[in-house]
Design a protein. Structure first.
Length: 172
């Protein structure tokens, strides 16, 4: 009788560990038309714009666009550019959104180093938020990961946005 109970406990434990390991696995974005890769932390992230030879842009949506939207863009910058200047140039692009409130700039480190810029705005009568990661690949290339969505949704997705940015790297 004890042997059956012990076997059942071991079986349930192994089943739970397998389920836990499956939840922790990430899909990896890897496309031959672009020179970068990153881990997608949850299957709910769906690619809506695929890169091509003419457009290296990638976009993902977390369920619904209002819940979370990711755009990845590559910027070519002058060799002597300072990251703060790159962030300020991007801020100039978004500052005219309705209800715009600038946030703070933070340093960020993952596979690539850079900065994070947060801001809030209003769209369609909803409080929205933006969290942009500026990741410096080399002296003349910066990748911007633009996460936008409803303010509360972006706050809840922060671990996932950080994870995507942390795993974002250049293929060798």
């Amino acid at each position: 009788m004890r042997s059956h109970k012990f076997s059942f406990v071991v079986f349930v434990s192994l089943l739970a560990l397998t389920a836990f390991a499956a939840v922790g696995q990430n899909d990896v974005f890897n496309d031959p038309t672009v020179d970068y890769t990153f881990a997608v932390p949850e299957a709910k992230w769906k690619m809506t714009v695929k890169p091509s030879a003419t457009s290296p842009n990638v976009e993902y949506v977390y369920g619904d666009r209002a819940d979370g939207h990711l755009e990845i863009r590559r910027l070519t910058i002058p060799k002597d550019s300072v990251m703060t200047d790159v962030v300020q140039d991007e801020e100039k692009r978004v500052q005219f959104r309705q209800g715009f409130v600038a946030g703070r700039e933070e340093n960020f480190t993952g596979k690539l180093r850079g900065s994070i810029y947060n801001f809030e705005y209003v769209a369609g009568g909803r409080n929205m938020s933006g969290r942009f990661y500026f990741l410096k690949a080399n002296d003349t290339t910066v990748y911007i990961l633009r996460f936008t969505g409803q303010k509360d949704a972006i706050r809840l997705l922060r671990n996932q946005t950080d994870s995507i940015a942390r795993t974002f790297g250049i293929r060798s």
